[in-house]
Design a protein around this ligand. Structure first.
Ligand code: FE
Ligand code: FE
Ligand code: ZN
Length: 278
């Protein structure tokens, strides 16, 4: 069974997202933990989180994926920006501990001219302080396109964050197909080689989720512009190989394509029909 969902708006709460996922043929979803470009957040509704937990259990959902705000940057030079990152990551992890199996994905950060090594150290410091052992949520580093001074543009950089942090053994990775293609990994013509490199550098056992996006730009562009499935430079054939690959087919896939809800429903149906076997 293909585990697939898409990014949903959290405006109506947790249960509403679970119901919307069911309505479009999904068995999981992704959502922002708070306003992605600001960081403001609604009060936490435990009853709503519990109701989602029941819906997930009754419908055999795959783990849901929370996405941290884009403004979370532990690698920033500005101490106020860093303080926001620490506080936000901690609060989000505390909330997510009420949603069984939830994972938290975040963009590692941007080092803003301080250099990769400083960025990696600053990110690992945040994880050491806020990702304490009692928190049940698995935190995922997202593979980045390499726009500007983004940290996490290569498998080696993600590995370096894991190695620098005491929490490294608990961290997973979310592979974004648009981002890795933008980063220069040829998942269209050499998917096996890319996955071999991932396994060598990070370990495929650390790969916990896939962001399923086509790309508006050719390989190596470092632009980070998502496209609808089959309408970009990655193309439908390569996408179908990805969902069926023996090393990937068991993972949850999350669409972040430029779509309204009807478009997401169509892409989910398209990929379900292309999934081989039960
Ligand atoms: Fe992301
Ligand atoms: Fe992504
Ligand atoms: Zn992106």
């Amino acid at each position: 069974m293909l585990h697939i969902g898409c990014h949903l708006s959290c405006a109506g709460g947790y249960l509403a997202m679970g119901r919307q996922a069911l309505a479009i043929g999904a068995d999981t979803f992704q959502f922002f933990t708070r306003n992605p470009r600001g960081g403001s957040v609604k009060p936490f509704d435990k009853a709503d989180a519990d109701a989602l937990g029941v819906l997930m259990q009754e419908n055999s959902f795959a783990p849901v994926l929370a996405h941290a705000p884009y403004t979370l940057n532990a690698a920033a030079a500005d101490p106020r920006v860093r303080a926001f990152a620490f506080r936000t990551m901690r609060e989000d992890l505390e909330r997510l501990s009420h949603i069984p199996g939830a994972m938290l994905n975040f963009h590692p950060g941007s080092h803003v001219k301080q250099g990769e090594d400083a960025g990696i150290r600053l990110i690992s410091e945040m994880l050491d302080e806020v990702y304490t052992p009692e928190l049940p949520t698995t935190v995922l580093l997202e593979t980045m396109a390499g726009k500007g001074s983004e940290v996490g543009r290569s498998f080696e950089e993600l590995r370096a964050i894991m190695d620098a942090s005491r929490t490294g053994g608990r961290l997973g990775v979310c592979l974004d197909t648009c981002h890795v293609y933008d980063g220069g990994y040829d998942i269209v013509n050499h998917l096996d080689d890319v996955l071999e490199a991932f396994d060598r550098v990070i370990g495929l056992d650390r790969l916990k989720a896939i962001h399923m996006n086509d790309s508006k730009n050719p390989m190596g562009s470092h632009k980070d512009r998502h496209e609808k499935i089959g309408e970009g430079f990655i193309g439908l054939e390569a996408m179908v190989r990805i969902i069926n690959h023996p090393a990937l087919r068991h993972l949850p896939f999350y669409l972040e394509t430029p779509n309204e809800i009807e478009g997401y429903a169509r892409e989910i149906a398209l990929l379900r029909a292309a999934y081989q076997g039960a």
